[in-house]
Design a protein around this ligand. Structure first.
Ligand code: NAD
Length: 356
């Protein structure tokens, strides 16, 4: 099995007749700290695997009724088939996004899928703003300079957010929270969404077309889901219509931004900066520590595009950690347990995903 650190399982010690058997993938320590208590309180037969779910690791779920998954766990059709063969009948997603889950294949295999739709929009929105502030005020450079004893100021000039126009793409739960924060800074905020939210309008946000938004803003912050309609919503063509030197913030999904186009625009100066918490090919790369891996193992996930992206001084990358607050983790755990209880009771849940 592929580098799959198998964590502790309770099922052998705490097996109880009639109790749902649940296994959690991608269950690193920080996840278990918040999930294990609430989950085991209701479902003592819970196992935790550090491994991410994929075709190789799917066999770990054999004998469990439900698998609890995180954002980069791959539940493609073949994986779903393997899970179903092992007895899994429910997927409890510990996240809002579900672009790695083949919901139609799950329905076909008789597996229900539920997610945690809104666990803490503010956690993600605050991270987007934190990244923008860091990039704009060059804190990532200042931090390293000071550590090295360099207290010079050249190259550290930023701007005030109140003088800027911010464009929010997607004004759902997270986008709306971002609107609130940017309005608090005094920025003018334009928004694009397929649905207008009166709550955003009440904040003084102006809805415009995507084209106008891209043309007029200094900063674009992406908060829409990754769908066929939003894949590479930021590409060479759209970047060319933006103000020279504009900044893009993407804490949503990597596939929203064409990385090649972004790198070209960063090289030419058309893009003034890129702050991203997500990357379009992050799947096998993120959520792991590659520092001490064997070179051969590391090269399996070597990604020239990502290596290039990392080298730009005006690119700030975080490892899909925008959600990572204690509030969000506690909310995720509570809703996940509620979803599993509904499944155990044979009840529907509002958080269930339906195949389109
Ligand atoms: P949400 O469903 O509340 O809002 C999404 C918004 O996007 C909706 O208003 C919807 O109408 C809009 N939208 C859909 N299609 C669109 C399109 N083609 N163009 C423009 N807008 C469109 O979701 P949310 O809770 O605000 O989350 C948004 C996204 O943030 C999630 O889909 C997920 O990908 C991402 N996310 C990232 C993290 C992280 O840690 N980095 C955590 C949670 C969520």
């Amino acid at each position: 099995m592929r580098g799959a650190a198998l964590c502790v399982t309770a099922s052998s010690t705490a097996a109880q007749e009639g109790s749902l058997r649940i296994c959690s993938f991608s269950a690193q320590n920080y996840v278990r700290e918040f999930l294990e208590g609430p989950l085991r309180a209701s479902f003592p037969n819970s196992a935790f695997f550090e491994a991410a779910l994929d075709l190789d690791t799917a066999q770990l779920a054999g004998g469990y009724d439900a698998a609890c998954l995180f954002v980069n766990d791959l539940a493609s059709e073949p994986v779903i088939k393997r899970l179903a063969e092992g007895g899994v009948r429910f997927l409890a997603m510990r996240c809002a996004g579900f672009d790695k889950v083949d919901v139609a294949a799950a329905a076909e295999a008789g597996i229900r899928v539920a997610r945690v739709p809104t666990y803490s929009p503010h956690s993600v929105a605050e991270h987007a703003v934190a990244m923008l502030l860091c990039l704009n005020r060059n804190l990532h450079h200042a931090y390293l300079r000071v550590r090295e004893g360099d207290y010079s100021l050249s190259g550290l000039v930023g701007f005030e957010l109140r003088t800027k126009v911010v464009g929010i793409v997607g004004t759902g739960a997270i986008g709306l929270a971002a609107c609130q924060i940017f309005r608090g800074f005094g920025s003018r905020v334009l928004a694009y969404d397929i649905r207008e939210d009166p709550a955003a309008v009440a904040l003084g946000v102006e809805y415009v077309s995507k084209e106008r938004l891209l043309r007029e803003v200094d900063i674009v912050s992406l908060h829409c889901p990754l769908l066929p309609s939003t894949y590479h919503i930021i590409d060479a063509e759209s970047i060319a219509t933006m103000k020279p030197g504009a900044i893009i913030v993407n804490v949503s999904r990597g596939g929203l931004v064409d990385t090649d186009a972004a790198c070209n625009a960063l090289e030419s100066g058309q893009l003034g900066g890129l702050a991203c918490d997500v990357y379009e090919h992050e799947g096998s790369l993120f959520f792991k520590d590659w520092r001490t891996c064997q070179l051969k193992e590391g090269f399996k996930v070597w990604d020239r595009k990502f290596q290039l992206l990392k080298t730009f001084p005006n690119v700030l990358i975080s490892p899909h950690s925008a959600f990572l607050t204690s509030e969000a983790l506690a909310n995720i755990a509570a809703t996940t347990v509620e979803n599993l209880k509904a499944f155990e009771a044979g009840l529907p849940t509002l958080n269930e995903l339906k195949a389109m």
